[in-house]
Design a protein around this ligand. Structure first.
Ligand code: PEP
Length: 257
């Protein structure tokens, strides 16, 4: 399989127009490192301005509503983010599952809406520290993914291209300490098995599996050396061009995406 590694910056609720210069710097650096695909998921308000200027990077949203439109004050539909220039949407991030009470069923409905609007999806999964301590991480991730993904028959034929999974253990997000490479290897291995089980050998192996949780330029190379790691979903270290592109540089070394 020859697929470019993917590095996605999740800016969360950070960024006003003052951050556009950073997005420009990321775009310029991405043009100089064509071995790696770089994408940004800024707040909704910056999707269109970044899309308008970007020559290389893809721009996406951090969430979308599951309905096509209607009386949903404050919400934004998949078609709206696509209209603003987004080509993908992050769904099921633990900050939405925990902070906004998003259930697996809701994440699945959002995934269906996003795919119907022509977007690619980055579907997040991740266990809590308690679940891991109880030895239930593997079972939890399998169950969470099966319940959050549309059924295989509802997925597009090019699911390998349209779907990316992000494994983000909740206890590693924003803590400065990523999961160990052993834990990442185990979880990415089982997610790959699940993708093949659900979508077949060819498409299941095409789905990219990103690791997320305290990835930084200093630890990225070790994480990218783990089998079945196709890149990273990056929070805190995505806010400056220097650190995001430091991670992208580590991903441009030969590894198995
Ligand atoms: C995230 O929230 O998606 C994330 C990976 O955050 P951080 O890199 O800051 O741990």
């Amino acid at each position: 399989m020859t697929r470019r590694p993917l590095i996605v910056g999740n800016w969360k609720m950070h960024g006003t127009r003052a951050m556009l210069s950073e997005a420009r710097a990321i775009d310029r650096a991405a043009q100089r490192n064509m071995k790696v695909e770089v994408a940004l998921a800024p707040p909704y308000t910056l999707i269109h301005p970044i899309h308008r200027e970007a020559e290389q990077i893809a721009v996406g949203a951090q969430d979308c509503h599951h309905a096509e439109g209607g009386a949903f004050t404050g919400d934004i539909s998949a078609a709206m983010v696509a209209d603003a220039g987004a080509t993908f949407v992050i769904l099921g991030h633990s900050e939405r599952r925990l902070g906004h009470g998003e259930s697996d069923a809701l994440v699945r409905a959002k995934a269906e809406a996003a795919l119907a609007a022509g977007l690619k999806i980055i579907l997040c999964c991740g266990e809590s520290a308690e679940t891991r301590a109880a030895g239930k991480a593997a079972a939890f991730i399998k169950r969470q993914l099966k319940a959050s993904l549309p059924p295989p028959e509802a997925m597009p034929a090019d699911v390998g291209e349209r779907l990316t999974i992000a494994y983000e253990p909740i206890w590693a997000i924003g803590t400065g300490t990523p999961a160990t490479t052993e834990d990442i290897a185990e979880m990415h291995g089982l997610i790959r098995e699940l993708m093949v089980e659900l979508f077949g050998e060819e498409q299941g192996r095409e789905v990219r599996i990103l690791y997320g949780g305290s990835v930084k330029p200093e630890n990225a190379a070790a994480i990218f050396a783990v089998p079945e790691v196709s890149g990273a979903l990056v929070g805190g270290a995505s806010l400056t061009a220097d650190s995001l592109m430091g991670i992208a540089l580590a991903a441009s070394e030969p590894f198995d995406p």
